[in-house]
Write a protein that binds this ligand. Structure first.
Ligand code: NAD
Ligand code: UGA
Length: 459
């Protein structure tokens, strides 16, 4: 394999994972960020996010990894430049592209005459490839007084990693999607990803290759299709979750059990078992913003997306359902003390973006509830990021349980399954647990003295 020079702009969840993975498979990678604190941490070999295996892979790849805030140190030499900056939602649901714009302009100012592929890895709306090309071109022209002729091409390479298993997903992806109009760009990306496609890199001891792993399919598409694949994938997964949550609501009314239903339909290979876990619904940085962006893009083109729109409504309704369940059991919420187990939007990450727990906390506070929260990893981060949130942060689940009227399992962290539930039951006013992820062992909890209330499980 020919090692390439790679620049990655933005070292967030996606940027750092991309940079470290590409360095691990043999490329020379320079990661650029504007956040000096993140860079200092990364230079010292520490990750700024909690992601299993990330620091270990960084360590194994350290000789091929550099971190800088200077585009001039990364862009001019690069064969491939990834744009991996954030694309948050604007208030109207459309993606806010200001960081992509700044990155494209920074790249255009520092490109030289060698051929470079600029890759949108950020999730960006259809047409962004062309837009980035024009931004790079204008910045190049402003700096050099002439047009950049043929020395760069823009491609799309959407990212499908899940937080909490980012390293696993990057080393062993289900597929790699690349979109471009120019053949050289597709060829360059094929060569870049070759060790991943052929799975020819040594498996790291802490992240072994799955037994059934074969060559990774590379999907070459046109730019617009690659851009739309990303939104369609996230929207489909969101719809799947909301669908099972809708079934869960009916299951609850008729005394059926949604976990049995999910198994019963999921074993049909046309449906598949994954993403059929009913519960509080999705949170996180992407499903919410990407479904909003898809609806907003469709609107721009005179279409509506009723299925995606409905999935959003069902999802955010799930959070209110938890409050309703508590109200049903406790009758009066005002003056109660309720503990929330888990703040991160899913286990194995410290990401609090669109965290269902923070949303539920706010809804409970509005009802006059005293809210306590616990998370194995994200507690301090939650405190820092939400200085005005009037909750009690508990380092210890026993402090959370003491004299509480109920606890709610919000995030399915593995450690919560094996808590000292007997001890907690003894400390609580009323041992009631609302299991928002149908994650706990109901029988064990009942033996410990708890009333266990699930989602769509007939209780
Ligand atoms: P993030 O907010 O964690 O990271 C973005 C980084 O870009 C930050 O470190 C920020 O300081 C940096 N940045 C901003 N402007 C910059 C600039 N002009 N130059 C250099 N650096 C700059 O975002 P993320 O979660 O990694 O997401 C990045 C993109 O990837 C988004 O479009 C997102 O939708 C997409 N995505 C995210 C995930 C995920 O799991 N987080 C998965 C797939 C795709
Ligand atoms: C999701 C996608 O799975 C990734 O492929 C994609 O790259 C990423 O979004 C992105 O674009 O950012 P992520 O949000 O990290 O990844 O995590 P998921 O495992 O998809 O979980 C998302 C949310 O859905 C979590 O809150 C999780 O608890 C919830 N979920 C998931 C359910 O409620 N039920 C399920 O069956 C599965």
């Amino acid at each position: 394999m020919k090692a390439m020079k790679v620049a990655v702009i933005g070292t967030g969840y996606v940027g750092i994972t991309t940079g470290v993975t590409l360095a691990y498979i043999g490329h020379q990678v320079t990661c650029v960020d504007v956040d000096l604190k993140k860079l200092a941490l990364l230079r010292s070999g520490k990750a700024h996010i909690y992601e299993p295996g990330l620091e270990e892979l960084m360590h194994l790849s350290r000789e091929r990894l550099k971190f800088t805030d200077a585009y001039a140190e990364a862009v001019p030499d690069a064969d491939v430049i990834f744009v991996a900056v954030g694309t948050p939602s604007a208030p109207d649901g459309s993606p806010d592209l200001r960081y992509v714009q700044a990155a494209a302009e920074g790249i255009g100012q520092h490109l030289n005459s060698k051929f470079t592929v600029i890759v949108n890895k950020s999730t960006v709306p259809i047409g962004s490839g062309n837009w980035v090309e024009s931004l790079v071109q204008s910045a190049y022209e402003a700096k050099n007084g002439k047009k950049a002729k043929g020395n760069f091409a823009v491609a799309s390479n959407p990212e499908f990693l899940r937080e909490g298993s980012a390293i696993y997903d990057s080393l062993y992806p289900d597929r790699i999607v690349v979109g471009a109009e120019r053949e050289e760009a597709l060829e360059t990306l094929y060569n870049l990803y070759r060790p991943l496609i052929e799975q020819s890199f040594p498996e790291p001891a802490f992240q072994p290759r799955p037994n059934a792993m074969k060559a990774v399919p590379l999907i070459s598409a046109d730019l617009a299709s690659a851009e739309l694949i990303k939104y369609a994938a996230n929207a489909f997964l969101s719809v799947k979750i909301s669908f099972i949550n809708e079934i869960a609501a009916l299951a609850e009314r008729v005394g059926a059990d949604v976990t049995q239903i999910a198994r019963g339909i999921g074993l049909d290979s046309r449906i598949g078992p994954r993403f059929l876990q009913a519960g509080i619904g999705w949170g996180g940085s992407c499903f919410g913003k990407d479904t909003a962006a898809l609806v907003s893009t469709a609107k721009e083109y005179g279409l509506s997306m009723p299925i995606v729109q409905a999935a959003r409504e069902v999802n955010y309704r799930q959070r209110e359902r938890i409050v309703e369940k508590l109200q049903r059991e406790l009758k009066i919420l005002k003056g109660r003390t309720i503990g929330l187990l888990g703040l991160a939007f899913k286990p194995n990450t410290d990401d609090l973006r669109d965290s269902p727990a923070l949303d539920i906390a706010q809804r409970l506070i509005k009802q006059g509830v005293k809210v306590r929260v616990h998370d194995p990893i994200a507690l301090e981060q939650a405190r820092e990021q939400n200085p005005d949130l009037a909750v009690e942060y508990c380092q210890n689940v026993m402090d959370l349980a003491e004299d509480a009227d109920a606890v709610v399992l919000v995030t399915d962290w593995a450690v919560y399954r094996d808590l000292d539930w007997e001890g907690m039951a003894r400390l609580m006013k009323k041992p009631l647990v609302v299991d928002g992820r149908n994650f706990l062992d109901k029988r064990r909890l009942e033996k410990a003295g708890f009333q266990h209330v699930g989602v769509g499980t007939g209780t």
